[in-house]
Write a protein that binds this ligand. Structure first.
Ligand code: GLA
Length: 389
């Protein structure tokens, strides 16, 4: 089991035992994509793929970070925490900087991390890294920050040290996940509500397109700006519109020409997606997975045609899923331009679904398909100290 390996590797690397072991999960999002930074609704869950941390204060003024998966060490004095060319280190240094910004001085520490959240698959490995360290430092330094504060600090780390102007969803999901439950977050009020999701009868199958588009972060920031442009136009007519969350389809239609063709489509997608999340939650609560799945297909169509963050490979995966028996719904997930689709599959059809979609994807696209079946677990937490033989 990975935490045990990490514990042993930490001892070999740093010549003392870690005082804390932390697990920080990746996430899925059932519906509500690109709505978080528009103050709308999302419906994520933490999953059984995680980044693990072994960590200890080291009584020096040096921070030592070790990436178990890259076999790489990065060290820096505590006084010189800044964005570096070692990209993986930035997710961690960005978190340290957030503690400093709050006036909490971070002493030297040794940290080793690694896990099984596939990188670049849209499962938020970076949020897991940020949230795990934020949680670990809070525990080690006894700063008692609440989870929402830690989520915001992790988000800021991504903005300031990774250059992606992300919303709050990924960090929230990693910190607030609950066993067997998806959680709807209102990204404006920050109120949230859990909904049971039974992954025994309905499996969550992730299909990794195997595509990692370098466009992802630049296009992400562009979409965010386009939404802001849309809000600026609407505000001239409706001063109460603070974000696309407040806008209606009628308002958008009334000012279509002024918004311009592209911005209009971006805004329409966001407004429609918020409506879909609310409907989907009611359908989930009523146990109507078929109707829920239809919302997912509609979400994908909007992401593909209006928001334009899909790619041909993801579209193939959704099309194949839509034609397969026993699939309630499927769509691309996360920022887009590659990564995984999320598929809700009736338990008796899972094996056949995976077999046939893998064969068809390889035939059509020429990429061998990796699939993951995930369960929904609790958010970031401490692992019991491991006793090694
Ligand atoms: C990425 C971001 C999230 C969210 C999604 C799209 O995962 O980190 O904040 O915006 O894309 O829904």
């Amino acid at each position: 089991m990975l935490p045990n390996l990490l514990h042993a590797a930490f001892q070999r690397q740093f010549h003392h035992t870690p005082t804390l072991l932390v697990r920080a999960p990746g996430r899925v999002n059932l519906i509500g994509e690109h709505t978080d930074y528009n103050a709308g609704f999302v419906l994520p869950a933490a999953i059984d793929k995680a980044i693990y941390f072994a960590i200890r204060l080291n009584n020096t003024s040096i921070i030592q970070l070790y990436s178990y998966d890259n076999h790489a060490l990065f060290t820096t004095p505590t006084t010189e925490v800044r964005p570096e060319s070692t990209l993986w280190a930035n997710y961690l240094l960005g978190v340290v900087a957030q503690f400093e910004k709050r006036g909490i001085s971070v002493p030297g520490f040794d940290c080793m991390f690694g896990g099984d959240v596939p990188i670049g698959a849209g499962l938020s490995s970076s949020a897991a890294v940020e949230c795990g360290l934020a949680f670990a430092l809070d525990a080690l330094l006894e700063t008692n920050l609440d989870r929402m504060t830690l989520a915001h600090m992790a988000q800021k780390a991504e903005h300031e040290f990774a250059g992606v102007q992300c919303g709050l969803m990924d960090q929230f999901a990693s910190l607030f996940g609950q066993d067997g439950q998806v959680v709807r977050l209102d990204c404006r009020s920050l109120e949230y509500e859990y909904f049971p999701f039974d992954t025994i009868t309905c499996h969550i199958v992730l299909c990794n397109s195997g595509v990692k588009h370098s466009l992802a972060s630049s296009e992400y920031n562009t979409r965010r700006l386009e939404c802001e442009q849309g809000v600026a136009v609407l505000q001239r007519h409706y001063p109460l519109v603070q974000s696309l969350r407040d806008a209606s389809l009628e308002q958008l239609q009334a000012h279509e020409a002024e918004l311009g063709e592209v911005v209009y489509r971006r805004c329409r997608y966001v407004v429609e997606e918020n409506i879909r999340v609310e409907a989907a939650c009611q359908q989930l609560a009523a146990g109507n997975l078929r109707a829920f799945g239809e919302q997912m297909y509609a979400s994908h169509a909007g992401l593909r045609d209006d928001y334009e963050v899909s790619c041909p490979e993801l579209d193939v995966l959704v099309r194949l899923a839509q034609a397969a028996p026993g699939v309630y719904g499927a769509r691309m997930m996360g920022g887009g331009f590659g990564g995984c689709t999320i598929n809700l599959v009736e338990v008796d059809h899972v094996d056949e679904f995976i077999r046939s979609i893998s064969a068809q994807y390889e035939r059509e696209v020429g990429i061998s398909l990796e699939t993951y079946q995930t369960t929904i677990v609790s958010g970031v937490g401490v692992l019991e100290p491991v006793v090694l033989q």
